[in-house]
Each structure stands twice: as structure tokens, then as C-alpha cells.
Design a protein around this ligand. Structure first.
Ligand SMILES: Cc1cc2nc3c(=O)[nH]c(=O)nc-3n(C[C@H](O)[C@H](O)[C@H](O)COP(=O)(O)OP(=O)(O)OC[C@H]3O[C@@H](n4cnc5c(N)ncnc54)[C@H](O)[C@@H]3O)c2cc1C
Length: 264
């Protein structure tokens, strides 16, 4: 499946929204999950092929040619216009996906597989806690939009500074807290410290926390030690790792997750 870039908007100095459309999305089918994501294929600039391509064929090409898979959340699927919105974090010119979004032009194509997902808010919970960095804002936004307006919902979003906030649509009864890395001594602990300083409502809560690996792990550890939560049912996992390309991260992720179990 592939989409053609139909709209590009700058949401903040670190976030670009791309809307994909066209006949290549004819087979797109949404899931029930609010964190649903696609596995998109970004191709090196000098590659001798372009979307649509046979994945199996191009995967076996040399390192300078083969596509780089990256996961991106479905911010929105408009079933009337059959258009797909994805919000990309831009983080300099390193890597493939962020750099692709920064250079994207109307008509460019992006091939992908999916969507798949793993989380939707548990409506049986008394209240909901969602937290994450820029890469998780789409999943958190889509999740919050599915939670009834009157239900208690605490949301923590960490970004570099106030200029990196993006429009977050939610009921005024949901509490949205923006946390700034630039405002604290240790940016890696910014999200954890904000969560720790919050008084939680009574009752059972449902958890969704995603973002940078070390930051997410610190928060997971905190919940395991301080709250009697069922860690298996909480959706807490890393989306990316600082100073690691996605390939480097995936190559160590299994062991990293196994090591994380020792935190319990
Ligand atoms: C299920 C899932 C859903 C995701 N949804 C989204 C989404 O909707 N939007 C989104 O932007 N990302 C999302 N991500 C994260 C995204 O897949 C990774 O950030 C990915 O590494 C970006 O690829 P890249 O080619 O731009 O950089 P890479 O080639 O992977 O990395 C190059 C360098 O950039 C750094 N880097 C990578 N990501 C970031 C970042 N977010 N901030 C700062 N530095 C970074 C790396 O540590 C590395 O040093 C999701 C990840 C998962 C697993």
C-alpha cells in the first residue's frame, strides 16, 4: 500500500504533519486500536526504485539501496476522503523518516504495511493516565479523543520547550500537562518528575506511556515500585532510543526488554 503526499503542515519547530491520499490507499482498513501504526518504508535518496515496489525484491539490495522500515502512528484516518494523517517528529538531518518528512513535496509517495496496534483505553478503568514524548503525541491524542469527555484523564506530554507544543484537542475536563525539557536540570527525568509530582485520583487507572527508551523505563520502574499496578496490562514501552538509529535499536531491543524485566 502507498499514499501520495497531498498536504504538508508545520505543527511546531519539531513536528510536521503529512496527509497522504490517492488510489494507493484503496485497501487501507483501520483497526480498533487507538495507537495503531503503519510500518513505512523510507528509501535512500539515490535508490534506483520508487513506490510502489516489491518489498521482497528491494530488501535484498545493498545497504545504500534497501528501504528502511520505521513505525509511524496513524494520527487520523478520514474514511470519507480516504486520507491518512501522520505527524512526524523532525530531529535534524540524521536518519530517514524525519529527514523524509522535512523534504517531502506534494506528490511524493510513501509505501507502508499495516496498520497494526496494541492499545485502546480500558473503559472499565475509573480514570486514565497517558504520557509520552513527541513521538507518542499522535497515539495519545487519538486515545484521548476516544475517552468520554466527562471521564478523568491525566495527560503528560514532554517536548523541548513551549514553542514545541502542538494543538491538542480534548475536553476541558481532561487535564493536559505540558512538560519542558528546557525547564529542568535533567531532561531525561522531566516526564517522570512531572508524573511524580501529580496527586492521582482514587480508583483503578489505565496506563499508556511511550517514547524514548530510557525515559519510559524510568517511569515503568517508578510505577512498579510505587503502585500496585498489573504491569502486564499497562501499555508502557519504548518507541525509539536516543543515539541509536532504528536499526541499531531493534538489534538490541529484545535483550534490552529482557533486562528491563529485572526492574521488577
Ligand atoms: C509503534 C510506534 C509508533 C511510532 N509513532 C511515531 C509517530 O507517530 N511519529 C514519530 O515521529 N515517531 C514515531 N515513532 C518513533 C519513530 O519510529 C522513531 O523515532 C524512528 O527512529 C525515526 O526514524 P528516523 O529514520 O527519523 O531516525 P533514525 O534513523 O531511527 O535515527 C537517527 C537518529 O535520530 C534519533 N531519533 C530518532 N527518533 C527521534 C525522536 N523522536 N526525537 C529525537 N531524536 C530521534 C536517533 O536516536 C538517532 O540518533 C513510533 C515508533 C513506534 C515503535
Amino acid at each position: 500500500m502507498f499514499g501520495e503526499v497531498e498536504e504538508i503542515s508545520i505543527l511546531s519547530p519539531s513536528m510536521i504533519r503529512i496527509v497522504l491520499g490517492g488510489d494507493g490507499l484503496d485497501g487501507f482498513t483501520v483497526t480498533d486500536y487507538t495507537d495503531q501504526y503503519v510500518n513505512a518504508y523510507f528509501i535512500p535518496e539515490n535508490a534506483s526504485y520508487s513506490p510502489p515496489f516489491e518489498l521482497e525484491e528491494v530488501r535484498s539490495l545493498g545497504d545504500d539501496q534497501r528501504p528502511r522500515p520505521r513505525r509511524f502512528t496513524v494520527r487520523k484516518w478520514d474514511s470519507d476522503t480516504r486520507r491518512l494523517t501522520i505527524d512526524f517528529v523532525t530531529h535534524g538531518d540524521q536518519g530517514y523518516a524525519g529527514a523524509w518528512a522535512q523534504k517531502a513535496q506534494i506528490g511524493d509517495r510513501l509505501q507502508f504495511k499495516g496498520p497494526n496496534g496494541g492499545y485502546k483505553p480500558d473503559m472499565k478503568a475509573d480514570w486514565h493516565l497517558l504520557a509520552g514524548d513527541e513521538s507518542a503525541i499522535s497515539a495519545i491524542s487519538a486515545s484521548v479523543e476516544s475517552i468520554p469527555e466527562t471521564k478523568t484523564c491525566l495527560v503528560f506530554l514532554v517536548v523541548d520547550g513551549p514553542e514545541n507544543r502542538i494543538k491538542f484537542t480534548s475536553s476541558h475536563l481532561h487535564q493536559i500537562k505540558w512538560v519542558y525539557r528546557s525547564a529542568v536540570l535533567d531532561p531525561d527525568l522531566a516526564l517522570l518528575e512531572a508524573i511524580k509530582s501529580q496527586e492521582f485520583p482514587a480508583g483503578e487507572f489505565d496506563i499508556f506511556i511511550h517514547g524514548e527508551a530510557s525515559e519510559v523505563r524510568n517511569i515503568r520502574k517508578y510505577f512498579i515500585s510505587e503502585y500496585e499496578i498489573n504491569i502486564e496490562s499497562a501499555s508502557i514501552s519504548p518507541y525509539w532510543r536516543r543515539d541509536h538509529t532504528d536499526e541499531a535499536w531493534r538489534s538490541i531491543k529484545k535483550q534490552w526488554l529482557a533486562d528491563q524485566e529485572m526492574d521488577i
